[in-house]
Design a protein around this ligand. Sequence first.
Ligand code: ATP
Ligand code: ZN
Length: 217
Amino acid sequence: TADSKTSLRIAIQKSGRLTDKTIELLKGIGLRFDDYKRNLMVKCRNFDVELLLIRDDDIPEYVQDGVCDLGFVGANVRAETGADVRVLRGLDYGVCRLSLAARKDGAIQTLEDFEGKTIATSYPNLTQQFLDKHNIGANLVTISGAVEIAPRLEVADAICDLVSTGNTLKANGLQELEVILESETQLIQTNKELSPGKKKLIEKFLIRMDSHQQAER
Ligand code: ATP
Ligand code: ZN
């Protein structure tokens, strides 16, 4: 039947903070695949699943468009892209927060102090939404990496960036002032209509995942 050929396509981060934990989770629920580091696409040997290994930034859109049925991605990236996807599960890794931060002894000490200032970030949408909600007018400078050095380079007065331990901020003489978003890795599903075969596969996948997560606790 056509369904026996149906395979679930799952997007995961190719190489980064989420990769090992996601692979570990997939292996933990019994999926077997080899050579995932070398290929963009990897077929699972014992389950109708194939992995698409891509940059995390591309995952929400691939899932939105139905190129992939499922994806593992940070809530931060999903929210920033505003992709139309369904969040199936929140997971306990990739935990971090998106926060506003400024120089430790600088002019910005409270939220109001951000008025009229320049903020460097890789999350312009989430940052702008937060500023709008609090009626603060600031200028955003979008940069894709090493945001924490922007104040020292005088590219910006402040930053809005991901924080986990806070050590990177500290090392750059910055202090965290406002948390904009608490984030974790999420399993997302496309909102595109799926075949009955794929729906069944997703159900099976979720049952395995949930019992695995329970066993971990
Ligand atoms: P890619 O090459 O896939 O675009 P990247 O450099 O954008 O990778 P990583 O640094 O690997 O992304 O981070 C991936 C995700 O890990 C983040 O989007 C976030 O959800 C999570 N994360 C957890 N803690 C942190 C942290 N301290 N700094 C950055 N990301 C973190
Ligand atoms: Zn990225």
